[in-house]
Design a protein around this ligand. Structure first.
Ligand code: FE2
Ligand code: FE2
Length: 133
């Protein structure tokens, strides 16, 4: 069983661009978890982390654009969640880079918990709006 399992209730747009992004993020969190739990060094974990943060940032922007397009009513609030998450991630990255060993293991957990909760609770609201013509 994967560290972060994809589940049907994570689906938002029937396998469309948002689901594809989310699935890719799930895969990346699993790769990060594998690397940190195997005790891989900075030369392996560092680039995975960089890529994950860059991809998360790109995903959030794509999602925000889609939300703006369908006039998602709680967009402002949703944007605040996204900004906060990016700030937290950057903070963790900084701590990782400055040598905190425990942060490595914490990272995949924070990402998994945040993503699964955020997708299930907040991104999910987008589902109904995407169904409208
Ligand atoms: Fe999302
Ligand atoms: Fe979101």
């Amino acid at each position: 069983m994967a560290y972060f399992e994809w589940a049907d209730d994570l689906a938002i747009d029937a396998g469309g661009p948002i689901d594809q992004d989310h699935r890719h993020l799930v895969d990346m969190v699993n790769a990060l978890h594998t690397a940190t739990s195997e005790g891989r060094g900075r030369e392996v974990v560092g680039p995975i982390l960089e890529e994950l943060i860059a991809y998360t940032d790109a995903h959030l922007r794509r999602e925000e654009q889609e939300m703006a397009r369908v006039r998602f009513p709680t967009l402002e609030e949703h944007l605040r969640w996204h900004r906060k998450f990016i700030a937290d991630l950057n903070d963790l990255r900084q701590r990782y880079e400055t040598g905190s060993v425990t942060v490595a293991a914490q990272l995949s957990m924070v990402l998994r918990d945040w993503l699964s909760l955020h997708i299930r609770r907040s991104d999910r609201e987008l589902r109904e709006f995407l169904k409208q013509p």
